[in-house]
Design a protein around this ligand. Structure first.
Ligand code: NAI
Length: 285
């Protein structure tokens, strides 16, 4: 295990609670910050349920699970939470104004040497860095969902991120048992820039009547040895999120290859957002 660090995770939602859990599972002390007690309680109970699954699978003892929980301190006080951290990881809503506000506060209250990381999947790290007086310390740490399970961290180097910050972030991520892929700070980085056009093209195949949804998924799953087909994956990601990211890629690169399939837009209008609304390309209970 790497040295034990004091860290803060801002946002206790889907990603934030997974990131906090992962740091705590690797011996680090975590201050988990959210806006109110309800959000913190939701985040903590998700962590508890996840740890219980590790115990059921005999990957952790009940005692270890308690120790891990004991290393996570939920709080609504951001300033207090980051006062002594080595790294703060921001995982709040995907809204630039909200994230910039958080980065201003992190810059104000975290020690001057601390790394300020964002888990954003589409907002330029360079723009978040510009909200701080330490752009060389700002970096993207793009974890994948579910964080405790998924191996990858895509590390995004902003325009002014220093070599030292990059090296330390990679070391921290590897200490969490993750494998790192480094990308430069352009829309979609690598992960979404490659994934979203694949999902989009699968949607076009359905839209143009090239194949059924099942056949599209079967061909891509078995033919490319992917764990699931692109339409099934889109339902996991959320159709609204897919369209949002395609729109960002289209806007930033001005390249028509990123135009969202009309079928995806129609699904968003209809509220068929995937698993979270019970229906996307497939229906769910
Ligand atoms: P979420 O909506 O589940 O959680 C966001 C949390 O941030 C909420 O609990 C909210 O109360 C909290 N929050 C909002 N403003 C805050 C503030 N000012 N101070 C403290 N807490 C605040 O969102 P999710 O899905 O966890 O996404 C978070 C980030 O992770 C986004 O940037 C998203 O793009 C990125 N991401 C999401 C993935 C996913 O699969 N959901 C995958 C990879 C990255």
């Amino acid at each position: 295990m790497s040295d034990s660090l004091r860290v803060a995770v801002i946002g206790a939602g889907t990603m934030g609670n997974g990131i906090a859990q992962t740091f705590a599972m690797h011996g680090h002390s975590v201050n988990l910050v959210d806006l109110n007690e309800e959000a913190l309680e939701r985040g903590m109970s998700t962590i508890r349920r996840s740890l219980e699954r590790f115990v059921r699978k005999e990957k952790l003892s009940a005692e270890q699970s308690e120790e891990i929980l004991g290393r996570i301190q939920p709080t609504t006080d951001l300033a207090g939470a980051v006062g002594e951290v080595r790294i703060a990881v921001e995982a709040v809503f995907e809204r630039e104004d909200v994230k910039r506000g958080i980065f201003e506060q992190l810059d104000k209250h975290a020690p001057s040497g601390a790394i300020l990381a964002s888990n954003t999947s589409s907002i330029p790290i360079t723009r978040l860095a510009a909200a701080t007086g330490r752009p060389e310390k700002v970096i993207g740490m793009h974890f994948m969902n579910p964080v405790p399970i998924m191996k990858l961290v895509e590390v995004i180097r902003g325009n002014r991120t220093s070599d030292e910050t990059l090296a330390e972030t990679v070391r921290i991520a590897e200490g969490l048992g993750k494998t790192v892929g480094v990308a430069r700070d352009y829309a979609g980085f690598v992960s979404n820039r490659v994934l979203m056009p694949m999902i989009n093209e699968a949607a076009f195949c359905l839209y143009e009547g090239i194949a059924t949804r099942e056949d599209i998924d079967t061909i891509m799953k078995l033919g490319m040895n992917h764990p699931m087909g692109p339409l099934t994956l889109a339902d996991f990601v959320g159709i609204d999120v897919v369209v949002e990211i395609l729109d960002i890629l289209y806007r930033d690169f001005g390249d028509p290859k990123f135009r969202a399939c009309p079928l995806l837009r129609k699904m968003v209008e209809a509220g068929k957002l995937g698993r979270k609304t019970g229906e996307g390309f497939y229906a769910y209970d």
